[in-house]
Design a protein. Structure first.
Length: 177
């Protein structure tokens, strides 16, 4: 996974779906950013430990994932469908955006309120730079405004999901494991 928030989301969705990843000998690893894909493919891919790998990235990192997979010998000029066939899935725009869309703004605000942070969200929404943005965009910005907030909310948002409405990249990733 690109980062810890992605890792937490995958682990939480797996548990909610009745999967015990430890018992399945599946490790969900945060790479510390998508730019580290080549390093992780070198360690764990065909030239390394030759493990079955799957992954999740943001749309903005898709090209880097493709380059890393190409360099590792897993395919060149891969389409998004070919990435998926290999077990690598792309979030539009990112995981937080996928979760906001899946839950809806009202449900995300309920999660934020339950954490006692609704007043912080309202302050952000009143800032001049936020006034012209959509509610979803404001929520996305809120999740990224403080260190650790994306990680904290990844689990909470996935816990709030109706499992029949889980974001497709997360569902597909779990199916590929």
């Amino acid at each position: 996974m690109e980062g810890v928030s992605d890792q937490r989301a995958v682990e939480t969705l797996a548990a909610r779906s009745g999967r015990d990843l430890d018992a399945e000998a599946v490790a969900v690893v945060a790479m510390g950013g998508a730019t580290n894909i080549a390093h992780f493919l070198d360690l764990f891919g065909p030239a390394g430990r030759n493990l079955r790998l799957v992954g999740l990235c943001d749309a903005g990192q898709e090209r880097g994932f493709r380059r890393g997979l190409d360099r590792a010998g897993l395919g060149s000029a891969l389409t998004r469908a070919e990435l998926a066939r290999l077990g690598f899935f792309v979030c539009d725009t990112d995981l937080e955006d996928e979760l906001i869309r899946a839950l809806g703004a009202a449900a995300v605000e309920q999660v934020i309120a339950a954490q006692g942070e609704l007043s912080s969200l309202r302050i952000l929404q009143q800032q001049p730079a936020q006034r012209g943005r959509t509610r979803d965009q404001q929520l996305h910005r809120f999740l990224g405004t403080r260190s650790g907030r994306k990680i904290h909310y990844a689990r909470l948002l996935v816990e709030s999901l109706d499992l029949t409405r889980a974001p497709p990249p997360l569902e597909r990733l779990l199916a590929a494991i």
